[in-house]
Design a protein around this ligand. Structure first.
Ligand code: DGT
Ligand code: MG
Length: 242
């Protein structure tokens, strides 16, 4: 349906189990299909923690995270996983072939779909260059591919799963600026109808986002487009200048 993929955080407060103080306080925002929402903020601001609440790696202490109007706390994890793909900050590959890593439960994907996903993720060249292509083996943890290649394979894996919602946690940082730009241009086509939430370090990755949330010490201190934030947000200006 037209609504599929609406993400809403409503007054969310979150503390890690056993921790005294919350790492996220009163977080509210909505991300809709067709939109790209970017989250930016210094290290430790809570960006990864924020993303982790949608696939229910943790549950908030207060407030609610909703997917298409339904609190995720009332949804099956399997149901959430079908609709939400998280590309984690430390992308993980398991021992097996590249194909096995890309499909990850999505057994009906065709080889052509795998190659398309690799092409968007800027990973087709290095896979094609391998003697066994998609059948090349990845060692446990992906130690026999570079950090950038690992990131590209994990981005491709997310694309293969055709989710309604993409969560990219700093997924473009190991790429050089030109590859980052190419990847995001290609990504736009394939994710046009999906909801995209991007955590980024580099401003150039997010200047075209529909909305940027500036996170500081677990709170959204400012929000707006790149241009709006340049004019109104001292915190954003600091990040731009750093
Ligand atoms: P980054 O990736 O370095 O740019 O930082 P963020 O913005 O992703 O920060 P995040 O969400 O990883 O961490 C926010 C705060 O939460 C920070 O003080 C560290 C703490 N924290 C993160 N992960 C855990 C965890 O698994 N357990 C506990 N107790 N604290 C954690
Ligand atoms: Mg993080």
């Amino acid at each position: 349906g037209a609504l599929a993929g609406v993400v809403e955080y409503r007054n969310v407060t979150f503390a890690y189990p056993g921790a005294e103080s919350p790492v996220l306080s009163n977080i509210s925002f909505t991300a809709r299909p067709g939109q790209t929402i970017a989250i930016i903020g210094s290290t430790g601001a809570g960006k990864t923690s924020l993303l982790s609440l949608l696939p229910r790696l943790y549950d908030p202490a207060e407030g609610e995270v909703l997917l298409d109007g339904v609190p995720v706390s009332r949804m099956d994890r399997a149901d959430i996983t079908r609709r939400v793909a998280l590309v984690p900050q430390r992308p993980y590959l398991f021992s097996g072939t590249i194909e096995h890593n890309l499909r990850f439960g999505k057994t009906e994907a065709t080889d052509q779909e795998l190659w398309e996903a690799l092409q968007v993720a800027q990973g087709d060249e290095f896979v094609r260059a391998k003697k066994n292509g998609l059948g090349s083996r990845i060692s446990q943890g992906g130690t026999n591919v570079s950090g950038g290649q690992r990131q590209r394979l994990c981005i491709a894996r997310a694309l293969v799963s055709r989710p309604r919602v993409y969560l990219f946690d700093d997924s473009f940082s190991a790429l050089d600026v030109a590859t980052d730009a190419r990847l995001r241009t290609a990504l736009k086509g394939i994710t046009a109808d999906a909801t995209v939430i991007i955590v980024a370090q580099r401003i150039s990755t997010i200047t075209e986002a529909d909305q940027i949330l500036v996170l500081d010490n677990g709170r959204i201190v400012d929000r707006g487009t790149h241009q709006e934030l340049l004019e109104t947000s001292p915190t954003y200006q600091e990040i731009v200048e750093s």
